[in-house]
Design a protein around this ligand. Structure first.
Ligand code: BDR
Ligand code: CA
Length: 311
């Protein structure tokens, strides 16, 4: 039976590739895609999510708009990485598929309420505002969650938006704290993993070489957002962060990490949004997350290319 997931996302080119991977994978049933404000404001992430579903040839996918700002602080965005639309790169037509009327958070609550315990996986590719709001307003749904798999945080790589914090956690640390304290199984794809999943030239050419619309778009998105990371890190390509979350559902064997305690810094101005990960197990704080540290990058890109080829 396919694994039921809800994708919570702020597309973003790497979010877009993650959504494509999910929609291309028979092991996964996407119950809905919920947009959140993050890389760009909500209006754009909600539009981009629909652009991507249409590109995948799946206009029946339900797309919802969730929260338009973090729980307690003003929104921080990342146009410097993703461009002003969030999906800069190739020209994309405006979506024609409808946006669902229901608020994204109420979709999450209603969907989980209708499912048995331990049955739905939440895949979080952006700030955790929607999921935290759903848990706060309807604590009864928390037990319905099978697993939360999220892209966020860092230990060895520390930060990308501040010296101490990764973007998704930094944008809404209070939301992240609620999620990390939820008591449900959490799997984290931090920068420590995603900075190893680099879009090197041969990998991007493999996307382009598919000779399909999807392959071309993914290659062109990559061409666009790479420029920023290559310059910043001097790396051979850009990290393809968010698809790691979906790849983990299909091929968990590609990833390795540790079951450890992870707390979120919400106080200090200097380190706000830091994921304080007890990688070396130097405290007695109970483990609450599987914090990944490594990925078989070639295996990951082969899987991605093979699945994108089916769209
Ligand atoms: C995360 O931030 C966003 O810019 C990306 O989409 C990814 O989810 C990486 O820090
Ligand atoms: Ca994202």
């Amino acid at each position: 039976m396919a694994r039921k997931i809800i994708i919570d996302t702020d597309p973003g080119q790497d979010d877009a590739v993650a959504i494509l991977l999910a929609l291309a994978s028979p092991e996964i049933e996407v119950l809905g895609v919920v947009a959140v404000a993050g890389n760009v404001p909500l209006e754009l992430t909600a539009k981009n999510a629909r652009i991507v579903c249409e590109l995948a040839g799946k206009p029946d996918t339900k797309v919802f708009a969730g929260c338009d700002r973090p729980l307690r602080q003003p929104l921080v965005t990342a146009e410097h990485v993703h461009g002003k639309t969030g999906l800069d790169g190739p020209q994309m037509p405006d979506p024609t598929m409808p946006m669902q009327d229901q608020h994204g958070v109420s979709f999450i609550v209603e969907t989980l309420r209708a499912e048995p315990a331990d049955s739905v996986t939440l895949c979080a590719l952006g700030p955790l505002t929607n999921i935290a709001t759903a848990f706060e307003t309807a604590p009864d749904i928390v037990e319905k969650v099978q697993e939360i798999v999220l892209m966020g945080g860092a230990y060895f790589e520390v930060g990308n938006i501040t010296p101490a914090a990764e973007f998704n956690i930094y944008v809404d640390p209070e939301a992240a704290e609620i999620v990390f304290r939820s008591g449900r199984p959490i799997t984290v794809m931090p920068l420590d993993v995603t900075h190893k999943a680099l879009t090197t030239a041969p990998r991007v050419e493999a996307f382009r070489g598919l000779g399909t619309k999807v392959g071309t778009m993914v290659a062109e998105w990559t061409d666009f957002f790479e420029r920023f990371d290559k310059e910043k890190y001097g790396s051979a390509g850009a990290p393809l962060h968010d698809p790691c979350v979906i790849a983990y559902l299909i091929r968990p064997d590609l990833f390795s990490g540790r079951h450890i305690n992870v707390e979120i810094e919400t106080g200090s101005n200097l380190t706000r949004g830091m994921t304080v990960a007890d990688w070396w197990r130097v405290t007695d704080r109970p483990a609450n997350a599987t914090f990944m540290g490594d990925v078989d990058a070639d295996g990951f890109f082969s899987l991605l290319t093979e699945r994108l080829a089916t769209l």
